[in-house]
Design a protein around this ligand. Structure first.
Ligand code: BGC
Length: 376
């Protein structure tokens, strides 16, 4: 080999080594010892922080993540924080102290764990943001979620379909009767809430602009529609106020955009309390395909929900954690959408599905997400 070839070879090898150093997320794995040598981390502890058990989806998420990690031989510290931010801060701090090697975090307030993210980075612990983006800190290695903008588009599309303003493919129906709606949004400290509302409002915009759709109260801003901590009781109280202020004089309410099944239940409860018959409710949307809401859909009360297969999300977060712990770079499929204010976080996204009375069996039962008995 001549000298020139040898030099090229050395430079190429050096490049390969430095690229390998970058693998495993932000280049921290190599010098921290967190998984750059495969085999090191067999049986390692993984911390899994979930927001609350009030909503059934997070219980499914937590259970699925835990069992998939255990199947791979890891130890798991799974904690729920009862929707209390200080409790979650404490839980994540404890996971770091206990020597977790990877953290999988579904936050309550995406911006509240910055000190913990800094400590994790110092200790060489990699962090996977689960479903909800951790914001305002560069020490977030990966994000796994659903296409949250598309969730909002789907919510609005099902609202339009239920109102007869669009067909099943989301195409505008010409000459349809004008409709009046109200819109609700999720929690302002959850990055997803903006994506859901943004996707939904972009989809409703042409209908609002040409007058085929009106928001009766005029409350069309995120800040007006938001529901702190996704709380059903807060949504119920807002719906009661809207009924009193806007719909007590005979104006007909035809539909309500709701971003989450728990909020939908609050909205429906306010409507029934105000005298709406349960077989003649406005079209109400939702999200998460929670059993109570699927039952409500089957009974003809809630109109739709958005199904997000939490098994997919859980499995992918575990694949990512396992890759990290084996010194591999996890696969991502969206490296541009999720800017957390400090960095664009490499993301793996799944696709949501609209569920109504027409397809719940095929989507939820045939896939094994629920048994028929779960929905009785
Ligand atoms: C999740 C939704 C859920 C909501 C309330 C969001 O971050 O993406 O699936 O409905 O939180 O728990």
């Amino acid at each position: 080999m001549n000298n020139k070839k040898l030099l090229v070879g050395i430079v190429a090898a050096g490049l390969a080594v430095s690229l390998a150093g970058c693998a495993g997320g932000g280049g921290r794995g190599a010098d921290s010892g967190s998984g750059s040598d495969s085999g090191d981390n067999a049986g390692a502890l993984v911390g899994v922080a979930m927001p609350t058990k009030v909503s059934e989806r997070w219980i499914k998420d937590g259970d699925a993540v835990k069992s998939a990690l255990e199947d791979k031989g890891y130890k798991v510290d799974l904690e729920y924080a009862d929707n209390k931010i200080p409790q979650q801060v404490q839980q994540v701090s404890n996971m770091i102290t206990k020597g977790a090697k990877v953290l999988i975090v579904a936050s309550i307030d995406g911006g509240s764990l910055s000190d913990q993210l800094d400590s994790a980075a110092k200790a060489g612990i990699e962090v996977i943001s689960y479903d909800r983006l951790l914001t305002g800190n560069e020490n977030v290695d990966y994000y796994v979620s659903f296409d949250n903008y598309k969730v909002g588009v789907d919510q609005a599309t099902s609202l339009l379909t239920g109102l007869g303003l669009a067909d099943a493919d989301g195409k505008k129906v010409d000459g349809a009767e004008k409709k009046t709606i109200e819109v609700f949004a999720g929690s302002p400290d959850d990055n997803n809430a903006n994506f859901f509302f943004g996707g939904a409002m972009d989809t409703l915009k042409p209908y609002l602009e040409d007058g085929s759709l009106t928001i009766g109260s005029g409350q069309d801003q995120f800040t007006q529609a938001a529901t702190l901590q996704w709380d059903p009781a807060t949504a119920k109280a807002r719906m009661q106020n809207l009924i009193a202020s806007t719909y007590s004089g005979g104006t007909k309410l035809d539909g309500v955009l709701s971003p989450y099944d728990g909020i939908s239940i609050g909205i429906i409860s306010a409507l029934e309390g105000a005298g709406y018959a349960s077989d003649a409710l406005p079209v109400v949307t939702g999200q998460d395909a929670e059993a109570a809401s699927v039952k409500s859909i089957i009974a003809g009360q809630q109109y739709s929900t958005i199904y997000k297969d939490t098994r997919q999300l859980a499995d992918q977060s575990v694949v990512m954690a396992d890759d990290i712990l084996n010194g591999k770079t996890p696969e991502t499929n969206d490296d541009k959408t999720y800017d957390n204010g400090e960095k664009v976080v490499p993301t793996y996204l799944f696709q949501p599905t609209i569920v109504t009375k027409d397809n719940y069996k095929e989507v939820l039962v045939d896939s094994g997400y629920y048994t028929e008995a779960d929905l009785k």
